[in-house]
Structures are given as structure tokens and as C-alpha cells.
Design a protein. Structure first.
Lengths: 75, 529
């Protein structure tokens, strides 16, 4: 989780990722951010995020993202 | 059958009356018959194309769902017996089976679209490169082929991804593909959203009908009073580039922006309004695009359903694909983190904008238009840190004045790129933009030459009032947090006021619609895409 927060902070230093749960809904993360994030997740956690997982529910908060990473790791 | 033709109005009244007279369980069937009748007016032979797309997509999706269900049942039956690797292997095997149906259907329908829409473009390029004289095929293009193909393929991809199950009833799926209000210029609806209200039974709801009718009439106003009034000027200005340069090009950018906005949003208002009258909800396609402060925001507000289609079904799948991730990793190792991170975004962006350009038309001007959008999008992404620094340092960057400056800048930037769509010729477009800085001619635009544009002073006054109305409506919508459309706001007002407004809009269309002797309503600009 710490590593994920670092990646997110690197992308948007001005956002409090511990608190924010509307990253997509409030357009804080745009499509370019999402792809950068997926590239980082792929290289840091060795997890491939398929296109069908790119839905607001999975990207709205750091926690949701982490849940997705753990779920994809287990699959 | 154009939305603005008398034939369509008669057709709409008949459908509307029958819709609420017949037993509710037959309502969707009436819409299906109506949609096919509407489509047949564009040419009986075109029914074959839409039927092929409908049947092949329906059948492939049903097969995919059946395979997916079989897999799930197998997993349920062998719970606890299978280890992770076994499960993975079984999943991969079923994916192979679904992929066959998916790819066959995808290639067939994209193939039909490509052959019909792009063969002559390819022939023209081959002829010009190799000096050959291959004859053009001149296929007649079925009405709305890009729209219904995209709708169908979006459905196929969603079913293949397991987002929802396939529709078992081919007639219901045929209605989704051919639904008459949106078959010619969108919105490009998603099956899961549209089916929520398309197949359900609807009682007559006078509030919704009134809201829908207001929106339909407002759409007619935009198309007939504003867009068609400016159309002769746009045609004259773009038709003689040598004659109209410098300041005239600025005028063309402005006029075309107004014409296109009024035309396209007018058509969408008519489509969504008809849907409302029938109790069918459609996605919005525009959210005050000319209030955008940058090009990225603009593309989340203009032709929204097309943008999200490209994003969900092309941009994301390409940028997160296995080969792209491999490429990104290798670039990261060799050229650093920054390059590795950018490669998937930029490559997918180039492909998407190329496809968006091609989707608009089989011509180089559309491809260059797409590529210019790509360049500006990437440039603004790269410059974002700079902007942030600047916005942090300059206090006035948080003022309304600066917001308005950004909106105007985006309006003109998009207008300048859009000019490729007007001249339909790449060198001419660039040359004409160049003349803005070299030719001047600002005094001429208020002189005698203006009368050659086919637009009179009263016409301009009507257009100005129309623009003011569009701006006020946009502001009202924005003030509601972009949640309530002005047509819906009216519900809270007295019925008498609503009735006066409806009659007023009707009279506006009748009196100020750009008719004349032998008038024939112009094709909606986006019908041709």
C-alpha cells in the first residue's frame, strides 16, 4: 500500500490520497493519469490490469486501487 | 427521412400516438417496426447492411455468453477440486473459444464498414502514389453505418468482457441497433444503459412528454433558425478560399463553430427529446463544450458518447495491452521511467486520434484534423506541470477573467483546427490560416463584399439572438451543477408559462426557420459521418 501511495503522490502531489475517494468522479485522475498509473502498477507489482478493470469503482480511491491489485494478484 | 422534413414529423406523430394507444407490452415492437420503416426511407437495400450487423452481433454475443455460462457452471460444479493453475488453464481455454466468435464478428463488421467507407480513399491514394488509374467503387454508404456499427461492437466487447449477458431476443437487439432517434447521428448508446428504458413498458407521463417536446422544439430552433441560417455564409466563405482570406477566415471559423454547434446539438436535442417523449432515456452527448478551458476538457464535453466509446474500447485496451506493457518496461529500462510511462499513453493516443479522424471521413483532412488534436492533447499534457506552477504563482489565474480568457482561447484553437473540416483540403486549410496573419481585410468584412455571403443583416440579428439564447441556456445548465437541463427546470414553473414557451418555440421555428421558396432542409452535418 505504501508503494502505491508513493506512486499516486508522484502523479498528483497536491491530493490527499488517504482521504480522497472520488479520484475519477471528481476528474482528479484523467485517462492519461490512469494509464500512467497502470504502467507503474505493472512494473512495481507485476500485475497486469486489463481494460475491463478500468472502471471508476476501481480507481476512485487508493484503497479501491489496492483491493483491485490484490484481487488481480490472486487470480 | 430528415428529422426536419414534414415526412418525419408525420411519422413521429403517428409513432407517438400509437405508442400510447396500443397495449404497453407491444410498445417496443412498435419502436422496432418504426425504426425499420424510418431506416427503409434511406433506401430499402440498406436494410440488408443493418440486418447483417444486427444478426451477426446478436448471434456471436449469444454464443459468447453461452460459453461464459458453461465455464461458470463448471467452476461451480468443481468448487474445491481445482487449484489456481487448473482454474487459470480452464479460463484460458474458454477465452480461446469466445475469442473466435468475438474476432469473427468484429472483423466482419469492421470489414463491412472499412470496405464501404474507405475503399475509394485507398484507391485514390494508390492512384496518386503509383500513377495508376484504378476505377473507384463508389459504394453507396448506408445511413448511420458508423453509428450503428460502433453501437453493436461496443455491445459485443462488453459481452465478451463479461460486463453483462447477451440479449437472447434478436428482435429486441435489433431495436437497440436501429432505434430511429439515434441511428443517424447518435448518441452512441451503451446497451446496458439504453436497455433499462427501451424495452420497458411506459405509461403516458405528461411532464416527461412536455419536457421532451420542449427539447425537440428547441432542437428544431437550433437547426432551422440558427444553423441553416448561417449555412450559406459558411458555404460561400469556404467555397472561394482565394476570394475570402484574412479576416474572412476568422469569420468562417466563428460562423462554422456556431453552425456546427447549433446543427449537431440541435439534432441531439431532437433525438433525446423524442426519447423522453417515449419514456426512453439516452446519454447526453454535449455538456457546454464551448465553456471548456482546455482541449482535454473540450473533448470530455463535445460528442461525449463518441469520445467515451474511443476511450473505453480503443484507448484503454491498447494502452494496457500485454505488448504495450512490454514495450513500456523495455523503454523504462533503456530510456528511463519518464519515457516508459509515456509510451503507452502517447502511442494509444496517436492510434485513437487517427481512428477518430478516419471515423469522421475517408479523407486526409480528417486524418490531419485528428493528428492535430493529438498533438495539442499531448502538448497540453506535457505542459501541465508548467501550467500548475504558473497558476500557483499568478494570483489572477484564479479569476473569472482568466477563466473566460481560457475558454475563448480553447474556442478559437478548436475552431482553427476544425477549419480542416470546412475546406476539406489540407494545404488550403493551412494556407488560409496563414492569411489571417498576412492578408488583413478587416475593413472589408463590414462592407459591400459581405452581401455576397447570402446572409442579410436581419439574419445576423436572428443568429445573434439565437447565440445569446444558447449561451443563457448553457449558463443555466452550468449553474445547476450540470445536473438539470433547462427543459427539466421548466417543470417547476406554472403550466401556463410552459405552454406559452412551447407555442413560442413552435412559432419561432415556423416564422424564423431558414425557409424560402423551394426550401429543402439541409442535411445535418453529422449525418454524413
Amino acid at each position: 500500500m505504501e508503494e502505491l501511495l508513493e506512486i499516486l503522490q508522484d502523479l498528483h502531489p497536491e491530493v490527499d490520497f488517504d482521504e480522497c475517494d472520488t479520484l475519477v468522479d471528481d476528474k482528479i485522475l484523467d485517462s492519461f493519469d490512469i494509464i500512467s498509473l497502470i504502467t507503474e502498477i505493472n512494473s512495481t507489482f507485476d500485475v497486469a490490469v486489463p481494460a475491463e478493470e478500468i472502471i471508476p469503482e476501481n480507481f476512485n480511491s487508493a484503497e479501491a486501487l489496492w483491493d483491485m491489485i490484490e484481487r488481480l494478484r490472486d487470480e | 427521412m430528415l428529422f426536419t422534413s414534414y415526412g418525419f414529423i408525420a411519422f413521429l406523430i403517428a409513432i407517438f400516438l400509437l405508442y400510447y394507444i396500443i397495449p404497453k407490452k407491444y410498445q417496443w415492437m412498435l419502436l422496432l417496426v418504426g425504426s425499420y420503416v424510418f431506416y427503409a426511407f434511406s433506401g430499402i437495400r440498406f436494410l440488408l447492411y443493418i440486418a447483417v450487423t444486427t444478426l451477426t452481433t446478436w448471434f456471436s454475443a449469444v454464443r459468447i455468453t453461452a460459453i461464459q455460462k458453461e465455464r461458470n457452471e463448471y467452476f461451480d460444479a468443481h468448487k474445491g477440486e481445482m487449484d489456481r493453475d487448473g482454474k487459470k488453464a480452464y479460463k484460458a481455454a474458454t477465452k480461446k473459444k469466445t475469442r473466435v466468435w468475438f474476432l469473427l464478428c468484429l472483423l466482419l463488421n469492421l470489414g463491412i464498414l472499412a470496405v464501404i467507407k474507405y475503399t475509394d480513399f485507398v484507391i485514390a491514394n494508390i492512384n496518386s502514389i503509383f500513377g495508376t488509374e484504378t476505377a473507384f467503387m463508389r459504394f453507396a454508404v448506408p445511413l448511420g453505418i458508423s453509428y450503428y456499427t460502433f453501437k453493436s461492437l461496443g455491445y459485443l466487447i462488453d459481452v465478451n468482457r463479461g460486463k453483462y449477458e447477451a440479449q437472447k431476443n434478436p428482435a429486441k437487439f435489433a431495436l437497440f441497433v436501429s432505434f430511429f432517434p439515434q441511428v443517424i447521428q447518435g448518441p452512441i448508446s451503451r446497451y446496458d444503459k439504453l436497455s433499462e428504458t427501451l424495452f420497458t413498458q411506459h405509461s403516458y407521463d405528461r411532464i416527461r412528454v412536455r419536457q421532451g417536446l420542449t427539447r425537440v422544439l428547441w432542437g428544431f430552433c437550433k437547426k432551422l433558425v440558427i444553423a441553416d441560417r448561417l449555412m450559406p455564409a459558411v458555404k460561400a466563405l469556404s467555397g472561394s478560399p482565394e476570394e475570402f482570406q484574412g479576416a474572412w477566415v476568422v469569420m468562417l471559423i466563428l460562423f462554422y463553430a456556431i453552425e456546427l454547434y447549433a446543427d449537431f446539438t440541435g439534432g441531439i436535442d431532437i433525438a433525446i427529446g423524442i426519447g423522453q417523449m417515449l419514456g426512453v432515456d439516452m446519454e447526453e452527448n454535449f455538456r457546454t463544450p464551448f465553456f471548456s478551458k482546455n482541449i482535454n476538457e473540450y473533448w470530455t464535453r463535445w460528442h461525449i458518447t463518441m469520445g467515451t466509446w474511443f476511450k473505453d474500447y480503443i484507448f484503454y485496451p491498447i494502452s494496457v495491452s500485454g505488448w504495450m506493457m512490454k514495450l513500456s518496461r523495455s523503454a523504462r529500462e533503456k530510456m528511463g521511467k519518464g519515457v516508459g510511462k509515456r509510451i503507452p499513453v502517447y502511442l494509444a493516443n496517436i492510434i485513437v486520434w487517427f481512428a477518430t479522424g478516419l471515423w469522421h471521413g475517408a479523407a486526409w483532412n480528417f486524418i490531419v484534423w485528428g493528428m492535430l488534436n493529438c498533438v495539442v492533447t499531448v502538448a497540453s499534457y506535457e505542459m501541465e506541470p508548467l501550467y500548475k506552477k504558473f497558476h500557483g504563482a499568478a494570483r489572477w489565474s484564479n479569476t473569472i477573467g482568466y477563466d473566460i480568457f481560457q475558454m475563448i482561447r480553447t474556442f478559437w484553437l478548436m475552431g482553427a483546427i476544425r477549419i480542416l473540416d470546412v475546406y476539406r483540403d489540407v494545404p488550403v486549410s493551412f494556407a488560409q490560416i496563414g492569411t489571417i496573419f498576412t492578408s488583413g481585410g478587416w475593413g472589408e468584412v463590414f462592407g459591400e463584399k459581405f452581401s455576397r455571403l447570402g446572409v442579410s443583416a436581419p439574419d445576423l440579428v436572428i443568429v445573434c439572438i439565437g447565440c445569446a439564447a444558447m449561451i443563457i441556456i448553457s449558463i443555466l445548465f452550468r449553474r445547476s451543477g450540470e445536473k438539470v437541463r433547462p427543459c427539466e427546470m421548466l417543470t417547476a414553473r406554472p403550466v401556463l408559462l410552459q405552454a406559452v414557451l412551447l407555442v413560442g418555440l413552435f412559432l419561432l421555428v415556423v416564422i424564423f426557420g431558414a425557409y424560402g421558396v423551394g426550401y429543402d432542409a439541409n442535411q445535418f452535418i453529422y449525418n454524413q459521418f
